[in-house]
Ligand binder design. Sequence first.
Ligand SMILES: [Fe+2]
Ligand SMILES: [Fe+2]
Length: 293
Amino acid sequence: MTPHYPEDSDLPPETARRDMHDWEEFVANHVYPEPHKPQSSYRNYDAQAREGVRDFYRKNHRHQTVDFVEAQRAKYLPLQTRRLTVLEALDYLNTLVDDSDPDIELDQLQHLLQTSESIRHDGHPDWFVLTGLVHDLGKLLCLFGEPQWAVVGDTFPVGCAFNNRIVYHGFFDENPDRAVPDYGSESGMYEPGCGLRKVLMSWGHDEYLFHVMKDYLPEPALYMIRYHSFYAWHREGQYDHLCDDHDREMLPWVQAFNPYDLYSKNPTPPNWNELKPYYMELIRKYLPAELSF
Ligand SMILES: [Fe+2]
Ligand SMILES: [Fe+2]
């Protein structure tokens, strides 16, 4: 399937509005629409939301540099920002209300529950279900004061050429790393075939949560968490030159996870209070009482 990349010329002048939901809606409905489902056309997409998405990508692609990523890693990867139980983290994340849209039905907890319940419904292993429940907990970064462009959005390697299948690729012209000769080639500062674990990904909720969870979940779960927004790899088939065989072996898991993340929208929202005992047990099975964020 060829993704639909909107033309900049379709878009109205910049407005101020932007939020996380705009980006996720945009990806699910306009870049990678669900196969076999009628889609609303891009032109019908709310103009303000469209502009929010464009503004979001402009900032993301301009500011995600090697230096920025290294600074964020130094700041957050010691995991000394907060200690929280999973339930506290879910509650806290749920305070991220989209105040620009009073009708939004899918808050953060609902998105996580819809994802995990769809995975459970399809009979996958329990660690896969748990991955659905926790995969976006890294968005707590927003509550630690990080701007949205440094929390959500597609992720991609920095320190090498920006692949032209990344959404809104044109905005990379504004990225200062474009002027660094060492980063200009396809592999840039990396050895070809070095494996994704040696590659610096743009900073966001995926990489952050991977580090929070890395001692507790099975390897496929960790790949789902770490690379779920790396669309250029798992949807577009790019960046194989940086992968090793282990990455290739894990890729189908990341691809298996993605439709649950993008398309789980049950008209009857799962009831958290009813489901809580099941999830408490599942959390207890795999995770410590408190997690270091
Ligand atoms: Fe996510
Ligand atoms: Fe998600």
